[in-house]
Design a protein around this ligand. Sequence first.
Ligand SMILES: *Cc1c(COP(=O)(O)O)cnc(C)c1O
Length: 442
Amino acid sequence: MRFRSTRDAQLAVGFGEALAQGLAPDGGLFVPTEWPRIQAAAFPVRESLAGIGARLLAPFAAGDPLAEPLPRITAEAFDFPAPVVALGASGRLAVLELFHGPTAAFKDFGARFLAACLARLRGPASRPLTILVATSGDTGGAVAAAFHGRPGIEVAVLFPKGLVSPTQERQLTCWGENVRSFAVRGTFDDCQRLVKQAFLDRRWQEERALSSANSINLGRLLPQAVYYAAASLAVFRCHGEPASFVIPSGNLGNAVACLWARRLGLPIAQVVLAHNANRTVPDFLDSGDWQPRASIATLASAMDVGNPSNMERLRALYPQLSEIRAAVSACTVDDEAIRARIRQGYQELGQVWCPHTATAAEAYARLPAARRDSGRWVLVSTAHPAKFREIVEPLIGRDIAMPESLAKLLARPSECTQIDADLESLRDALRDGGVSEGRSSG
Ligand SMILES: *Cc1c(COP(=O)(O)O)cnc(C)c1O
């Protein structure tokens, strides 16, 4: 299959090429040019997540060098579960837990799939590949974990010095070997600017092969359709009804993956986008005016996006406003309501939710009762609450146990290099290994 830019149908490339390029040359995002229909009956009962992934993604990789290794890629990437757990007494509500990967957030699925693909696209004579990632928290950790220890690939994680939480910083700086982290004396925007500048700089292109592993990469988004396929099949087989999803949303990658799964024919009914106080998307659905704005900081920080990039993919799927309105609904939840929902989830259901998952739970609670009662609803849980323990523990009045994988990471020694927010500093630090600072252990 070919993948085209959202901005120009003539710019089309194969699967592997779309993954390697990340962004289309005209600045657009890659989307599939066809939507093969897949019937629920095509999936054997009790198939593993990896098996569902190989079957679902096969038509997209068809004709590409990645087609042959695809089953091994999905086996490697999807080696942890994404269970649908029933919730409450009604029997109509469930949670899709996407936090059982190495860094305890759903970004592990996409990052691991992309890493497994890029590793296989490299030939024995390929130049070493450098992955540059700017991160304000979750993304950098998932990408670092996914590429750690892969031969011929080096990762440079850039984060704003002093502007990520201590738990997040440890996840970004605990890797060593082929993963190096840089504490940039600046903001997250400075980090993103550095990555963009490096891509535009001829000397960088001559010195090393660069890739971004950015969240808009097709290789991170498409594999996310796999857990929606698996979850909707599980609900359909158990209850004979399609599943409806409430999705904590920021950049809309997770939501678009769900809509792609529905377009492919999986048994998915309604899709609700749960946004925090960054209300660009809910306002757009209300007014019809697209007005991106600066992001504002909230408790659900991984969704602090004022100008969601994947809106381009949503519009490519539904060119008319009326189609978008028919396809999804959206709601905005402020910090106070997120706090209240974390408390309520614990007191009424015994659930401990991260702020992002609580945003979805609140959006669900605000649906009209008739709508709630008529569907099989699944709340998408995007991160383990232990990642946000500073916020959640005081609200529920007890400690949260760390998942084992996360505890292991946090126990590793951490190491990072401080740099100024300019391209020369990054280049020097990358070239000579830089000056290590902040080494600590335990
Ligand atoms: C990235 C992230 C989101 C937002 O997902 P998008 O694909 O950007 O909409 C939600 N929750 C968590 C925990 C995240 O890390």
